[in-house]
Write a protein that binds this ligand. Structure first.
Ligand SMILES: Cc1cc2nc3c(=O)[nH]c(=O)nc-3n(C[C@H](O)[C@H](O)[C@H](O)COP(=O)(O)O)c2cc1C
Length: 243
């Protein structure tokens, strides 16, 4: 047990067991259908006290937070390089050792990749890696094709997302320090990445939706990470929305 805790063996096992692949995707989809048919409203916890009513902020941040919502219908208007810069800035480095996003122990286990399906840039149709240190993109694959690859992205969308972000974890960065507990931190940190991106999407009047149903191994292969320990955590389809 002590060894497991040090090396994150149980986290790896959990990860392997929660992967989606072409064999279990139908069972997964059936679960979602069942939930859609039977789900009730999320219950609210009730305390029998005299509640204190709070004022609601009326500031730019609260407006952006209110505008954030999932959009699954994309227009064919491409994203500009300026908009790309704005979205990727969600994950930028602040100083030599910190990013705009918090990270347990400053280990930054999350790396950001993206499929550029529809951008006005020489990088259109390429797969890229984001360099947080100098806010730049490196090409990791010369081509991508939504029509061919969409089944791996786990989303049913109307139209083609201009950009599909993938948050990839390098687990040993965090697990070497925190053991099994580090597994929790990695997943929590992905949420920060998704939220920062969601707020920048609102600011840019763009839309998007998270994908929690990526086909792990296929997406890993598309990113050229098949021979690494990298974990495919979440996807985020983004773009101009159909109005
Ligand atoms: C971890 C996570 C995974 C999600 N996965 C999916 C997904 O696979 N497909 C999808 O259509 N929406 C997905 N969503 C979006 C939720 O369905 C959506 O956030 C929820 O219905 C609330 O709606 P809102 O985002 O418009 O407020 C996911 C959201 C989160 C946080």
């Amino acid at each position: 047990m002590a060894n497991n805790i040090k090396n994150g063996t149980l986290f790896s096992l959990f990860w392997e067991n929660s992967k989606i692949n072409k064999r279990n995707i139908l069972t997964f989809a059936k679960r979602l259908d069942e939930d859609a048919r039977t789900a009730k409203n999320v219950p609210q916890i009730f305390y029998p006290t005299e509640d204190l009513f709070l004022s609601r902020p009326r500031d730019d941040l609260s407006r952006l937070m209110c505008e954030r919502k999932s959009s699954r219908s994309f227009s064919d208007v491409a994203l500009s390089e300026k908009q790309l810069g704005s979205l990727f800035y969600a994950f930028a480095q602040r100083s030599k050792s910190t990013r705009l996003i918090p990270s347990a122990g400053g280990k930054y286990p999350i790396e950001v990749y993206a499929f550029l399906f529809n951008v006005r840039s020489k990088l259109n149709k390429k797969v890229v890696y984001y360099n947080a240190d100098n806010h730049s993109l490196s090409v990791v694959a010369e081509s991508c094709d939504w029509q061919k690859e969409q089944e791996f992205f786990g989303l049913n969308l109307d139209g083609v997302p201009a950009v599909f972000f993938v948050f990839v974890a390098i687990p040993e960065r965090t697990i070497d320090k925190y053991g099994e507990r580090g597994g929790r931190f990695i997943l929590i940190e992905v949420g920060h990445y998704a939220q920062n991106l969601a707020l920048r999407l609102s600011l840019e009047k763009l839309g998007g939706v998270i994908s929690g149903a990526l086909r792990d191994d296929e997406v890993k292969r598309l990113l050229g990470l098949q021979n690494t320990n990298a974990l495919i955590t979440l996807g985020f389809a983004c773009g101009n929305i159909k109005r």
